[in-house]
Design a protein around this ligand. Sequence first.
Ligand SMILES: O=c1[nH]cnc2c1ncn2[C@@H]1O[C@H](COP(=O)(O)OP(=O)(O)O)[C@@H](O)[C@H]1O
Ligand SMILES: [Ca+2]
Length: 500
Amino acid sequence: MSAQREMKEKNPWQTPVMIIITVIGVIAIVALVTVAVLQNRPLLQKYKYGIVLDAGSSHTALYIYEWPAEKDNNTGRVEQTHSCKVKGPGISSYASAPLEAGESLRACMQEAEKLVPGKRHHETPLYLGATAGMRLLNIENSSASDKVFQAVGDALQKFPFSYQGARILSGQEEGAFGWVTVNYLDDRLKQGLETTGALDLGGASTQISFVSNNYDGSESPRNSVTFRLYGNDYNLYTHSFLCYGKDQALKMTLAQMAKEGPATVFDPCFHPGYTATKNYSILYDGPCVSDRKPQAALATFTHTGKGNFLQCQEAVKSVFNFTYCKYSRCSFNGVFQPLLQGPFGAFSAYYFVMNFLNLTDTSIPLETVKDSLKRYCATPWNQIMLLHPDVKLKYLAEYCFSGTYILTLLTEGYNFTSKSYSDIKFIKKIKSSDAGWTLGYMLNLTNMIPAENPDSPPLPHVGYVSILSVIAVLLFILFILFILSLRPLWPRCSKQPQIV
Ligand SMILES: O=c1[nH]cnc2c1ncn2[C@@H]1O[C@H](COP(=O)(O)OP(=O)(O)O)[C@@H](O)[C@H]1O
Ligand SMILES: [Ca+2]
């Protein structure tokens, strides 16, 4: 007993002290890890929303975008969660009844009201951007276009969102924002990767946008858009061809074929056996075709299909002007275009048409694609209708023209070759978002792409927590080992068997 007491006096590491220290050590380590984990845990995933209405020439679509509330400026985080197709035609078709343009948007807006959580309504920005249909109406009748915007604005302001205005996008904006969308969704901007060009085919206009090493913006500066995004500078070439969307191009091609004002127009771009009576007045309405009006035309003409791809291609070519170019190189109509530099994403009507024709695979040689289209165009109209009973007749009748127009625009217009054709990818969506100008437009207006790369923590959250836990456990083991190394100094256990 006296030896034990002696040890106790010499050794401060007595059992109760030991237990207290161990407990404090463990609590400290657990507290350290807990605090670190809680402090750095991402906040509960709360989302913010943005709504963009794409008022195209043929129809309007509403898109809802969503992103985590605390990460407004991180890349690849904004996603499309919903889209709604407005019933009826594009807003430019309501020139004579503007109030109906506003009314037409109601159903999709009510859907958006249900889908965006109520407490976010007031902070959710709502934009409407109109493209070539309204550009044309504005040229033709600017007071009618103002009235349509007035009606549309009045209708949108009745909803609880933060209305940011309705306006016509310039062709440059439409092209550039389509390019931003594609490259944002592909995560190319933040990583500073080579970018993808954007090809957008609408009903009334078409856009081409790409970055080319040969283009610094000095030649034809009106085709240049510069961006500084995530610390990288981009010098984008972009051009929008008004009237070269597929619906206006069809009108121009047909107007060209009918320029003598015949009673029957034999059209190689429509299937053999197709026939319809059409009004000359409709054929020549609108700024894209009004100057082609024949002197003395009949009221109507019979539109008769011939189904001949090669002749159709010649007819389509006649609406492009290749004769003049004041720059080092041009696409068509005297418009500057630098050397193509791929890859390219082709969306909107490019995708709808090529997907219908089963021609989205661009690894198929261009000649084979043309052969396939040649056979398709030559197929009689009644067979086509039997093969596709569910497709809208207006679309169905026009796919031969649309396919021919796309191939002609790409090869003769933009100078894609048999080789560079394979640089094109026909796309509808990237991840969950539709390819188009709307997302890029919203990202720009909400300043969601910073000019400089935001500083990000060196480790992702999971990595950080794991490393911290490992270090804490190691410290704990070290602590235990230290305690154990002092064992020889420990007092003997008082419960040793008693020697009687
Ligand atoms: O399912 C489809 N099949 C074929 N074409 C389609 C389909 N859906 C939309 N389109 C076409 O896509 C084009 C969309 O153009 P949009 O209305 O955006 O005009 P814009 O961009 O020139 O203002 C129109 O020509 C429309 O007919
Ligand atoms: Ca469009």
